[in-house]
Design a protein around this ligand. Structure first.
Ligand code: PLP
Length: 489
């Protein structure tokens, strides 16, 4: 007898769901038992899973058992307290519960009418967040602009680039596409370059302005101004600039106010990418890093990085929502409805690339309500204190150097070698691999002005001082043995 398919059986969901929550809770409890960076070889999974999907249903126990024995070894544990790579990507109980709720309703909230609560809650939490960041009133839903949750910072920069492009082309005519110029520093995330490729901006018109240690890798307003002047003299049309507050390599900060003073003279759309550091700006003592945001056209931060909100949840505010909607709206017959036609509602499908969208505001709402702003500020401050502690440990060991000033919870450092830069780069690359292949901690790297640098980013929710101390001891031990080999070579 075939077993009847009951995909929405409440009792089965209750039973399996409880077991799954137990699995997740146990996973978090024992997360340190796993190597933080997965140590499997490419193609490992194909060797141990069947070639095709099962014809008949399998039992839940067997699937869960495969998760433990076959999937877990191939997972890199971003929630591990020993995860210090890239930037954090926080989970939390509140974020997790919000994801569960979103999966529960499983709505597709492209238009207000498809789930009014999804659109309205998104508007409300984005307004709450804008107030926490002390963003100007025009970013609130009650002003000319408003906030929207995008999947990622990459989508955020793409949609505002399209809005700015079309705003200019509507005025100048489509043939001006080849004249449009974009500006950003060489520290800007590659998401901007991808957005320019998609938006049809000519490669030679994407001006990547050089930075160096003299400005701690922040973009110089003088350099931007000179480049714009030069381009205008050559008949080009500057239309978009991207400033970063907290770059990916080293958390460098572009001076927003000074840059805005340049861009506003030309009507250039200024976007701020604060994907990582935006979270810290809810603390009054870090808010000054986004001073000047009153002068920009759009602002973005990822709540899914350092804000206890499970991936994906990238918050974007725009000053002029009409520009976004003019670029991205479509209104086919099958989506027509009274609410949209009355012009009294927001249809978020017109603020993003896809049509479909998840109920993502639920998880952010849960995080804000279950934790509260004061706890969230304390959470950020604790990570920054832990990073400060790590930085002091590096300073104390004269074999190492802290390469750029630490501003948030990322420490950029390297092992020193007195002979050539090339050999020093190789040594640090070897050190990175030696550290990560222990499976005990996971760190990542970058290159600044040709120098290979190790990045230690504090920000996983379970990380404590003891993890920092143990990580530093491991780094020191690996450095000692590597230097020994180097001397013997
Ligand atoms: N901008 C900055 C400053 C980042 O650090 C990152 C990712 O780390 C991104 C953009 C891209 O983020 P996403 O994966 O959300 O597109």
């Amino acid at each position: 007898m075939e077993e009847e398919l009951k995909p929405m059986d409440a009792e089965q969901l209750r039973e399996y769901g409880h077991r799954m929550v137990d699995f997740v809770a146990d996973y978090y409890k024992t997360i340190e038992d796993h190597p933080v960076l997965s140590q499997v070889e490419p193609g490992y999974l194909r060797k141990i899973l069947p070639d095709s999907a099962p014809d008949k249903p399998e039992n839940f126990e067997n699937v869960l058992s495969d998760v433990k024995t076959k999937i877990l070894p191939g997972v890199t544990h971003w929630q591990s307290p020993n995860y210090f790579a890239y930037f954090p990507s926080n989970s939390s109980t509140a974020g997790f519960l919000g994801e569960m709720l979103s999966a529960c309703f499983n709505i597709v909230g492209f238009s207000w009418v498809t789930s009014p609560a999804a659109t309205e809650l998104e508007m409300i939490v984005l307004d709450w967040f804008a107030k926490m960041l002390k963003l100007p009133d025009f970013f609130l839903s009650t002003g000319q602009g408003g906030g929207v949750i995008q999947g990622t910072a990459s989508e955020a920069v793409l949609v505002v680039l399209l809005a700015a492009r079309d705003k200019f082309l509507r005025k100048l005519g489509k043939s001006f596409l080849e004249k449009l110029v974009v500006y950003a520093s060489d520290q800007t995330h590659s998401a901007l370059q991808k957005a320019c490729q998609i938006a049809g901006i000519h490669t030679e018109n994407v001006k990547v302005l050089k930075t160096d240690s003299s400005t701690n890798y922040g973009l110089s307003p003088g350099l931007l101004s000179a480049e714009i002047g030069h381009d205008i003299a050559n008949g080009l049309v500057p239309f978009f600039a991207c400033a970063s507050v907290g770059t990916t390599s080293s958390t460098a900060i572009d001076p927003i106010l000074e840059l805005a003073n340049v861009t506003k003279n030309y009507g250039i759309w200024l976007h701020v990418d604060s994907a990582y550091a935006g979270s810290a700006c809810i603390c009054p003592e870090y808010r000054h890093h986004i001073d000047g945001v009153e002068e920009v056209d759009s602002f973005n931060m990822n709540a899914h990085k350092w804000f206890l909100t499970n991936f994906d949840c990238s918050l974007l505010w725009v000053k002029d929502r009409t520009a976004l909607i003019q670029s991205l709206s479509t209104y086919p017959e099958f989506l027509k409805n009274k609410a949209s036609q009355s012009n009294t509602v927001v249809d978020y499908k017109d603020w993003q690339i896809p049509l479909g969208r998840r109920f993502r505001s639920l998880k952010l709402w849960m995080v804000l309500r279950l934790y509260g702003v004061e706890n969230l500020q304390a959470y950020i401050r604790n990570h920054i204190e832990l990073a400060k502690h790590f930085e002091e440990l590096v300073y104390r060991d004269t074999r190492f150097q802290v390469v750029t000033p630490r501003t948030f919870a990322l420490v950029c450092f390297r092992l020193l070698l007195s002979d050539s830069k090339d050999r020093s780069n190789e040594l640090n690359s070897d050190l990175l691999h030696a550290i990560n292949s222990t499976g005990k901690i996971f760190i990542s790297h970058t290159v600044l002005s040709g120098t290979y640098i190790l990045r230690f980013a504090v920000g996983a929710p379970l990380t404590d001082k003891k993890h920092i101390d143990a990580a530093w001891k491991l780094i020191q031990d690996q450095a000692t043995s590597l230097l020994q080999k180097h001397i013997n070579a």
